[in-house]
Design a protein around this ligand. Structure first.
Ligand SMILES: [Zn+2]
Length: 249
């Protein structure tokens, strides 16, 4: 029984990754708070369009950044089979990862049919434990897209199971259409990289990315910029665990 279960978990843990283009000693040279960051989104383009500016800012600090996609976006192109769509979106994700200068890891859940169960919890825990980040970013859990909700639950559970060994932040995706009830407490000024963010997102051609960038992401980035007194910002909600911000203990 144990062996069968181990084999099943191992099979689920098969992921496809692309070597990072940045130098191997990136972590040693990191100048900011974090040495290694994981961004975990449900679909190819979620991380980049939602918080690609923060990925770029962390890379500026020499932080190692890994972009994890829970699915290959199989259900994301009308008129294409799952296999065809996954192939197209994998190529798009790889091209975007090169421009963002991040390592890409693609997991094997299915777009539109993501699962939250014991095996999938173990799978997410294994991916994060292998990468050993000191900070993880993922979807805010209240979202109209079921895959975003599933992704958030899987990451939150891994954070608990791994003894809160990394900081956990939630991000928003097309607030009002997908993310709901999001009240951020942390901001990143992305003013100097916002143009590069939108340019790198252009690789996600199949997603009519200009439409979502212009209609959703630019207005949200600008609104968060107003809140943070800058041209453009990305906003986060930190999962609290350790000391009280008020009492310092
Ligand atoms: Zn998505």
């Amino acid at each position: 029984m144990t062996n069968l279960r181990t084999i099943a978990i191992a099979a689920l843990c098969i992921v496809m990754s692309m070597a990072a283009t940045y130098s191997a000693d990136a972590q040693e040279n990191a100048t900011g708070k974090y040495k290694k960051a994981l961004f975990i989104g449900a679909h190819p383009d979620d991380n980049e369009a939602s918080v690609g500016g923060t990925m770029l800012k962390l890379r500026q600090q020499g932080c190692e950044v890994v972009c994890v996609d829970l699915t290959h976006g199989e259900a994301g192109i009308e008129g294409k089979t799952h296999q065809e769509a996954a192939a197209i979106r994998t190529r798009e994700a790889q091209a975007a990862a090169r421009d963002f200068d991040v390592k890409l890891v693609m997991m094997t859940q299915i777009d539109g049919n993501t699962e939250v169960n014991k095996a999938r919890y173990d799978e997410m825990k294994a991916v994060i434990a292998t990468e050993k980040p000191d900070v993880v970013f993922t979807h805010w859990p209240i979202d109209s897209h079921r895959d975003h909700r599933a992704c958030s639950m899987l990451v939150y559970d891994a954070w608990r199971q791994l003894d809160h060994s990394f900081d956990l932040y939630y991000y928003e995706t097309m607030t009002g259409l997908q993310t709901m009830g999001f009240m951020p407490d942390t901001y990143v000024d992305i003013s100097d990289v916002v143009d590069k963010k939108y340019e790198a997102c252009q690789h996600h051609v199949s997603q009519n990315i200009n439409n979502s960038i212009n209609n959703w992401h630019k207005p949200v980035d600008t609104m968060r910029g107003h809140e943070f007194h800058c041209k453009a910002a990305e906003a986060f909600k930190k999962q609290i665990w350790d000391k009280s911000e008020i009492m310092g203990q």
